[in-house]
Write a protein that binds this ligand. Structure first.
Ligand code: GDG
Length: 743
């Protein structure tokens, strides 16, 4: 969880979400007007804006999104002026014809049910997908048009999963963040999406520099899906995408705590609360509020309440359940059906348990003004929040913030993201009716002396990690991620640093170039035998070798393929990390005799892993054994087995003088004391005045560490390295080497 202290910032932050915090309505005479809308993101960002308004030099926030109606260019411009003054809103011009299918199609017909673990509700329509892509592209075009250099762009939620990568193509250096407000499901659910869509969606999100989720579980699910779908591994939530280090972190969203706290002590709210209490006959109150949605578990909640009435009949006439349901997606058949079921169930319960002077459930299907909402929170002895899945659930936090006296009991589904932070709530599983019934009973009988410490503990947390803290913490992490990328970029061997290196090279009288082969001079191939050098490389290496410049290809490969490929190329070769070496005249020698009897012992162990992991293979070198799993069909299984194999070998070879090395999708066992570092030192002992070394994996790090400090060391690709410089891939390295050709 990222909870670092916030830092004040200035500059422009462009928030991009599907909808703006208000929507446009056309009056009968055709004029447009703005109506505020509610929702989780609105509550969080409005809170942030209010808190920051007073601060001089604070971040200027511009909120771009769809205002809910297609507007002419003139209307858009007019509206932009008014909207910018109100909450920094910036309506985007989008094609209304697509917006309906976009919203009801891929957004709420595919992603919403799937990400909330309702796979049977999800539809998979090619045309919905194409509309989703088209609309994301439209958002991109509009944002690119309004963005200024130096702006930070923060994209929100499941409607815009493709946008970060689309923006990255057009604004390669921009600082882009992404936050997902709903759960990210486990891979087993995510993989229901066709592979092509899955890839594009994840690549879309990875266009961002920083990706945020409400809980650690969602972050892990995302990282796992990235690994299983795209093959990118992560290290503590950092992923290397085409040479840029991206970060995945957890930022649980907060609310504007003070707004609820202050409102609940205001005269206006006190007056409404008094009126409502009288209307409810002074009975104990259970309360819930949600948008009408199958993910919210409203029917489960009603069944729980019904079971409570049946199990504890002494509560008849003592309790009222105020059920507030906010209309949503009213044109969708599934929601209409759900509404009907809800109406019927409320009717049944009221009919069965109510009496002339008592209605157990006071049901309202509408939204209420803020003051009324706070009054209801204040009135509620119990808040009953039972989603089957929920990204966070702000209602739980708002209830806590509306209880200055410290009494009141929160019953919360453990399927809500908020459950991770609100451990003092009575947590229930919404699928278990009896659990809900018992929790209601426990809540109603809980003494105030127990309610208070629970409530105070949660209030402390919700107050500290409020909306402002959430925004600040995301934005400052985005800054840090970008800064880190910048630091790595300064080491890129290009521009001035490259000119400097080439100048040193030009002046030197004796030079040595130590070049790793696989992944450095040629791209990594599926199997070791496929990485044959191309004609361009052969010519380049041959031309680089001169009386004043020694070229040595220093590789972990077995010596036969190197001997074969470079038979007529008069350069030095080091094979098997130094077990073998060949001079420019073509003479192979071994620097020291090495044992190989251990291969007979270790070989069967490695072979057993080949059999257990389909697609993996065993490579036998003269003085090493390598288990390759690059082509394993199940990469996750292979990665797990790689750890086991390492562990097995270490135990098995405790009495042997061998070492185990983790390479790129390979585990290698070889004699101790044979490293590229030792080999490199031997080849530079004659004291060249310019040493250049390039490599791409852990075995090359041995070399970088062993060389004199003034050697020019270059890591090709990769994340963590002792090398002084970095190049993106073998093509960039070859370009640098061409600049070292004799003139
Ligand atoms: C998503 C995720 C995540 C509701 N009815 C009224 C009203 N509201 C306000 C509440 C609260 C918000 O709407 C609903 O909060 P949720 O947490 O349920 O959020 P969602 O809008 O479903 O959206 C969710 C959230 O994003 C934030 O990341 O927590 O999991 O689905 O603020 O107070 N406000 C007023 N009258 C109402 O009738 N005034």
């Amino acid at each position: 969880m990222n909870m670092e202290a916030p830092r004040a910032r200035s500059g422009r932050l462009l928030v991009v979400s599907n909808r703006l915090p208000f929507s446009v309505q056309r009056s009968p005479n055709g004029d447009v007007e703005l109506l505020p809308s509610s929702g989780g993101l609105v509550s969080a960002l409005v809170g942030y804006l209010e808190a920051r308004k007073q601060e001089p030099g604070a971040l200027e926030l511009i909120w771009a999104g769809w205002a809910g109606a297609e507007l002419s260019a003139e209307e858009t411009n007019e509206l932009r002026k008014t909207a910018l003054e109100r909450q920094g809103g910036y309506p985007l011009r989008l094609a209304g014809a697509d917006m309906d299918r976009f919203y009801h199609g891929f957004c709420n017909g595919t992603l919403w049910p799937l990400f909330h673990y309702f796979p049977s509700y999800a539809t998979y329509e090619e045309e919905d997908w194409e509309t989703y892509r088209r609309v994301n592209q439209q958002y991109c075009d509009e944002i690119v048009e309004m963005a200024q250099p130096g702006d930070e762009i923060w994209v929100h939620d499941y409607q815009l999963l493709l946008l970060p990568a689309l923006l990255r193509q057009r604004l390669p250096d921009a600082s882009i963040g992404f936050f997902l407000h709903i759960p990210f499901p486990s891979f087993e659910v995510f993989r229901q999406l066709p592979t092509k869509w899955r890839r594009e969606l994840l690549e879309g999100v990875l266009g961002a520099d920083l990706m945020g989720f409400h809980t650690h579980d969602y972050s892990q699910h995302f990282l796992h899906s990235v690994f299983r779908t795209l093959g990118h591994e992560h290290y503590l939530g950092r992923i290397n995408v085409d040479g840029a280090i991206k970060a995945v972190e957890t930022f649980p969203i907060g609310i504007d705590f003070n707004r609820f706290w202050q409102a609940s002590t205001s005269a206006e709210v006190a007056e409404i609360r008094g009126r409502m209490a009288a209307g409810l006959g002074g009975r104990r109150v259970i309360f819930s509020v949600d948008r009408l949605d199958y993910s919210k578990g409203i029917l489960h909640r009603l069944r729980g309440f019904e079971a409570f009435l049946s199990l504890f009949p002494e509560y008849a006439r003592q309790v009222t359940f105020v059920l507030l349901v906010v209309p949503s997606r009213e044109l969708v058949t599934r929601y209409q059906r759900m509404k009907q079921e809800l109406d019927e169930l409320v009717g049944q319960i009221n009919g069965r348990y109510g009496s002339v002077d008592w209605v157990p459930i006071v049901y309202q299907y509408r939204s209420v003004p803020f003051a009324e909402l706070v009054a209801l929170y204040g009135l509620a002895d119990v808040a009953l929040i039972t989603p089957l899945r929920d990204g966070m659930n702000l209602v739980a936090k708002e209830y806590i913030a509306s209880k200055p006296e410290g009494t009141g009991v929160l019953i919360l589904s453990d399927m809500a993201g908020a459950a991770r932070e609100l451990g003092e709530a009575l947590q229930i599983n919404p699928n278990h009716t009896r659990e809900i019934a018992d929790a209601i009973h426990e809540a109603l009988t809980m003494p105030a002396a127990e309610q208070r410490p629970r409530m105070r503990a949660m209030q402390g947390r919700v107050k500290t990690y409020d909306a402002t803290r959430w925004v600040d913490s995301f934005v400052s992490t985005l800054h840090r991620t970008k800064e880190r990328q910048g630091r790595l970029a300064t080491r890129h061997l290009t521009g001035a640093p490259l000119a400097d290196v080439l100048e040193r090279h030009r002046r030197a009288a004796k030079r040595t170039l130590l070049l790793d082969y696989d992944g450095t001079l040629v791209p990594i191939a599926g199997t070791p035998a496929e990485a044959v050098p191309d004609a361009e490389l052969i010519t380049l290496l041959r031309d680089l070798q001169t009386p004043s410049q020694e070229v040595i290809v220093i590789s972990g490969r077995e010596h036969r393929s190197l001997a074969e490929w470079f038979r007529d190329v008069p350069i030095g070769l080091v094979a098997e990390h130094g077990a073998w070496q060949r001079d420019a005249q073509g003479e192979w020698t071994m620097p020291k005799p090495l044992p190989d009897h251990w291969k007979k012992q270790v070989g069967p162990l490695v072979q057993s892993y080949v059999e257990r992991v389909p697609g993996s293979s065993l490579e036998e070198k003269d003085y090493a054994l390598v288990w390759h799993y690059r082509l394993a069909l199940d990469q996750e299984l292979a990665a797990q087995r790689a750890k086991e194999l390492t562990d097995d070998i270490v135990t098995y070879t405790a009495n042997l003088d061998v070492q185990v090395l983790e390479g790129k999708k390979a585990i290698e066992v070889r004699n101790s004391g044979v490293t590229k570092g030792v080999a490199g030192n031997a080849h530079t002992a004659h004291g060249p005045d310019f040493i250049f070394a390039a490599g791409d994996d852990a075995t090359d790090e041995d070399l970088f560490r062993a060389l004199p400090r003034d050697a020019v060391t270059v890591c090709v690709g990769g994340m963590h390295s002792h090398a002084t410089y970095r190049l993106s891939d073998y093509r960039e390295l070859r370009a640098v080497l061409r600049a070292m050709l004799p003139r």
